[in-house]
Design a protein around this ligand. Structure first.
Ligand code: DP6
Length: 359
């Protein structure tokens, strides 16, 4: 498929108003997206677990308006929010060719998250995917017919233009984004991972340790740009292809030791890229390292398959099989929660993707 396939050419213009509502989850990458070209095309393929509890709930009400400017108001957790507007304005500008009805209506965007906003958990993936899904439902109300496959592809395509990782939040339980030779894939949207997945990964757990709830020192968008001219960029992009290929075999065989090797290496490589860019950043905090060391000792002392991954921040995602849920939670409570801000962590697990509330 190409970009052209997503351009909406005609629609019923008699609709005057309506409302749609979706929930969409966050996701956690196993092979990381870090580096992009123009138009949100990733430099390398990535794969993520879709989450279940960490999600955004967005309702979009729309009324026909005069004039051709974009017109919208954003409410976050019931209160009018000006801070989100520029990001949504940019999003609308990027996608208007594909959803030209954006200029026909005034939109009221009412959004909230199930996780605390100041938790340092990236809300762009869940937020942008929820909004993209709402726009697809509006497209449907405008008399455009599409099957579920096209609906999801275009939702993911639009979400990508809002935030790259958001294109991996439409479906579950594993989603690949970025062309590669190991899986069905596209640079334009996320594709549900359709290869065999071993029972070891069923209901895989993700407990997010909130080490630092503050604003990020460097936004992902700025971070991605630092991969231009980065001395290790080409090697890193190749490595992501290799790691994805290895991971497809691991997901099939259920080899959790090899899974740990790839996932932890990817997390540390992401941070190594930030530490070796110009300018350079360290986004891990002392407590991030304390937690990593504790996990490594815990694995040495037990036969646990607990491992960690990181986003572009200090928080730590703990990934582990469902059958270790009780023991790992006890370990977190006894030994890791002390490194979290106010002792906070969020229990989540792999999920099935977005859900329509009002179509
Ligand atoms: C470190 O999707 O937030 O979480 O496309 O600029 O919005 P933009 O970036 P974003 O980058 C996320 C990068 C990451 C790794 C990943 O999720 O793959």
């Amino acid at each position: 498929m190409t970009e052209q396939d997503f351009i909406l050419k005609s629609y019923d213009s008699d609709l005057n108003e309506g409302a749609v509502k979706w929930t969409s989850p966050s996701n956690i990458a196993l092979v990381k997206y870090w580096g992009k070209r123009a138009h949100q095309i990733p430099e390398n393929p990535s794969i993520s677990f879709t989450l279940s509890n960490c999600k955004t709930i967005t309702e979009v009400s729309f009324t026909k308006k005069e004039g051709s400017d974009f017109s919208f108001d954003v409410y976050f957790e019931g209160e009018k929010n000006e801070a989100f507007k520029p990001k949504i304005q940019t999003f609308f500008e990027r996608i208007e060719a594909y959803v030209p009805f954006l200029r026909d209506f005034h939109f009221k965007i009412d959004t909230s998250n199930t996780f605390p906003h100041s938790s340092g958990i990236a809300s762009s993936a869940s937020g942008m995917s929820a909004l993209a899904l709402c726009l697809m439902s509006i497209e449907k109300q405008l008399g455009v017919t599409h099957n579920t496959d096209f609906f999801n592809k275009k939702a993911s395509f639009l979400a990508r233009l809002g935030s790259g990782s958001a294109c991996r939040s439409i479906e579950g339980e594993l989603v690949v984004w970025g062309q590669n030779k190991s899986t069905a894939s596209s640079d334009l949207f996320g594709v549900r991972y359709a290869e065999d997945v071993h029972a070891n990964f069923k209901n895989y757990q993700d407990t997010i340790l909130l080490v630092d709830k503050g604003e990020k020192q460097v936004s992902s968008t700025v971070g991605h740009k630092l991969m231009f001219g980065h001395p290790f960029a080409a090697q890193r992009f190749n490595q992501a292809h290799e790691n994805l290929e290895k991971l497809t075999a691991i997901l099939k065989s259920g080899d959790l030791d090899e899974f740990i090797n790839i996932v932890e290496s990817e997390a540390l490589t992401l941070h190594a890229m930030m530490m070796t860019s110009m300018p350079y950043f360290i986004l891990m905090k002392p407590n991030t390292l304390e937690i990593i060391n504790k996990i490594w000792s815990y694995r040495k002392e037990s036969d646990s398959k607990l491992c960690f991954t990181l986003d572009a921040g200090a928080n730590v995602h703990l990934l582990y099989p469902e059958n270790e849920k009780d023991t790992v939670l006890r370990f977190i409570e006894n030994q890791l929660s002390r490194y979290c801000q106010n002792g906070h962590f969020i229990e989540d697990q792999v999920g099935k993707g977005s859900e329509c509330v009002k179509n």
